[in-house]
Design a protein around this ligand. Structure first.
Ligand SMILES: [Fe+2]
Ligand SMILES: [Fe+2]
Length: 189
């Protein structure tokens, strides 16, 4: 059974997660920014495991708040960057490549999986962030671990399959288009 406990100063993990991760060298490289977002998603997964292992560790409210913010506001943007901009540009560049259609379907399914788990977790993270308890603690912990597991699996697949294809096939003009769209989406959020 989870116990409520008081918060202490934020740790490195939470600081990393809260940081706006935009290295100036990567600002004009949209693929580099996606790589940077994947790094942040790895940090998020560590925070998910941290909460699952010890939901009431010192400073847990700050961790819960940072995780909630990422899931509610940043994950949907990253998913849209990939599904609405990156993949369509890649498919337009390689219209006869059937493997890309399969990649699109697989990516959509993984994103739906992540979004469904995130939606389930967000209300409990809000409760935890304000010092409360999850509705069903055991289910909360199971969902935290499930999201971390599925995200880590699909992040490594994107890094090893999707992003190398984008680097290989997108033209400079495609990359400029991708950059403009990603920046516009992030600014509008
Ligand atoms: Fe991604
Ligand atoms: Fe993704």
């Amino acid at each position: 059974m989870l116990q409520t406990c008081s918060s202490e100063s934020p740790g490195v993990l939470r600081a990393q997660l809260q940081k706006t991760f935009l290295d100036p060298d990567e600002l004009s490289d949209p693929i580099g920014r996606l790589v940077a977002e994947h790094y942040r998603a790895h940090v998020l997964c560590r925070a998910l495991y941290e909460l699952a292992d010890a939901p009431c560790h010192p400073g847990y409210e700050t961790t819960a708040y940072a995780v909630r913010h990422y899931l509610a506001h940043e994950l949907p943007i990253h998913i849209a960057d990939e599904l609405e901009d990156l993949m369509p540009l890649l498919q337009r560049r390689r219209p006869t490549d059937l493997e890309l259609d399969e990649i699109y379907v697989y990516l959509s399914q993984r994103h739906q999986e992540d979004a469904a788990l995130a939606e389930e977790l967000i209300p409990d993270l809000s409760r935890l962030a304000s010092g409360g308890m999850p509705r069903v603690p055991l289910r909360f912990v199971v969902n935290l671990r499930s999201l971390a597991r599925t995200m880590l699996k699909h992040l490594s697949w994107e890094n090893s399959v999707v992003l190398p294809l984008a680097r290989q096939h997108l033209t400079r003009k495609d990359l400029a288009t991708l950059d403009l769209r990603m920046v516009a989406r992030h600014e509008a959020a």
